[in-house]
Write a protein that binds this ligand. Sequence first.
Ligand code: MG
Length: 368
Amino acid sequence: MKITKISVFQVDLPLTEPYWLSGGRLKFECLDATLVKIETDAGITGWGEGTPWGHTYVPAHGPGIRAGIETMSPFVMGLDPRKVLEVERAMDLALPGHLYAKSPIDMACWDIAGQAAGLPIADLMGGGSRTPKPIASSVGAKTMEQTREVMTRYRDRGYVAHSVKIGGDVERDVARILDVESFKKPGEIILYDVNRGWTRQQALRVMKATESQRVMFEQPCETLDDIAAIRPLHSAPVSVDESLVTLQDAARIARDGLAEVFGIKLNRVGGLTKAARMRDIALAHGIDMFVMATGGSVLADCEALHLAATIPDANIHAVWACQDMITADIAPGKGPRNIDGYLHLPESPGLGVHPDEALLGDPVAVYG
Ligand code: MG
């Protein structure tokens, strides 16, 4: 089987409401999605998606994905998409780094490989759990009253996992954490996501003030060096996501004990092939995981769900449904949807969801 054609589509995915990153320091209203259609000489077509969480969040942006695909296309054309390692090496040779540009091609290849094998991607990767995965909410930086309102709305839809965005003002963060903990219901999973919003001293002040609550923080500071520096000075479990980009990052975090949880974001780390290695490093070191898209449509959510399904149930805390935060739906009625706060692994071969091509407009680029 050979890759014969790569078509690239750009779609705007407006957010249901403007999103303020932790600390209120960044606002955006629309996601720039890149959809990639890979055709083969066997008549099997695969789809991939790359949708960064805006362009101000981490070093990744929509136009960068499309430029990267233009550069990499000649190197992957003619390869067998089922041989995902060969495609990965070709992309790494063509364009060192730029992992976020590679993930949509990797995803489309896994989709093709799954269809060719007659297996959902998770089963092709070695076996997918059918346990429904709790979807984490995203509770933006708000007042205590607004935080309760937003969490209540999510609870009414069945959500048991919440990512509460904090970071910035120490006193306000401590007050919000204590309030949310008093509001927490038994069995709820709550992650306090700082999104790199604290300096080291701010992180330590909040972590010390909330020590008795035994809460978990995600990405408390900007870099792994910051997280390492404060590590011996507090006792809170830490999840790392923005600083978990490469396999080397994963190895360092595991070896040096910098975090107890990995927040694996598929687009950021370069797709399923690379993320599966991070999963294995995590499992080998007693590190639990959240697995999510960086953003995007039901396709991106579905890709993350496949990886999540390959993790033992006890080690995967939650997934995410970015589809619930956007107003556009490029695959109406298809793929894994939020059912009472959970996503269910699709049983169809490959990814399990393709977009309605009529909703994507004309391709912005075609190679092959
Ligand atoms: Mg996060």
